[in-house]
Design a protein around this ligand. Structure first.
Ligand code: GDP
Ligand code: MG
Length: 164
């Protein structure tokens, strides 16, 4: 079985953007129909010769402002099946209560699962400085990434596949 890596975080932090970036190549081979990638929540991915499955979560709701209870339960079930977690936040919106709640919940519910903590949308040195505040989540080794531009993603994937 390929390892399953789940992408979690509150709406709008950039999960689907990262999902599409990491799985693009593969899904393009599997299905070239435009729009298909957007609607697929689990997709095969490769990094330096290692194969895994990447799962996007939270794409099930149209409500972008709150995490509904049903959505949270769905996400928690999905994470339960995952071997590893990428917990994503957004430096441009700052650290929010939802991020802190999610951090606490992840540690409490999944103490034994490897969690990779990503601070997304870091595209300037100033934003990297602001990203330091995200260590308050208790995740003290953040990956500063830009899902849109790709920076930092390679380093994070290197560490993820090493942990398989
Ligand atoms: P999701 O709700 O967590 O899946 O977030 P999306 O991937 O749908 O992205 C939400 C918004 O953030 C969109 O407008 C994206 O274009 C934007 N976004 C995603 N990643 C980045 C990034 O790395 N940098 C910036 N500046 N914007 C991003
Ligand atoms: Mg999404």
């Amino acid at each position: 079985m390929k390892p399953l890596v789940a992408l979690v975080g509150r709406p709008n932090v950039g999960k689907s953007t990262l999902f599409n970036r990491i799985t693009r190549q593969k899904t393009a081979i599997v299905d070239s129909t435009p729009g298909v990638t957007r609607d697929r929540h689990i997709s095969p991915a490769d990094w330096i010769g290692r194969s895994f499955l990447l799962m996007d979560t939270g794409g099930y709701s149209h409500d972008n402002d709150t995490i509904s209870q049903a959505m949270l339960e769905q996400t928690m079930l999905a994470i339960g099946e995952a071997d590893m977690i990428i917990f994503m936040t957004d430096v441009r919106s700052g650290l929010t209560y939802l991020d802190l709640d999610m951090a606490k919940l992840l540690r409490r519910e999944f103490p034994d699962k490897p969690i990779f903590f990503a601070v997304n949308k870091v595209e300037t040195p100033q934003l990297a400085i602001e990203g330091e505040a995200f260590r308050k989540t208790g995740f003290t080794n953040p990956y500063f990434i830009s899902a849109r531009e790709g920076s930092g993603v390679a380093d994070m994937l290197d560490d993820i596949v090493k942990a398989f």
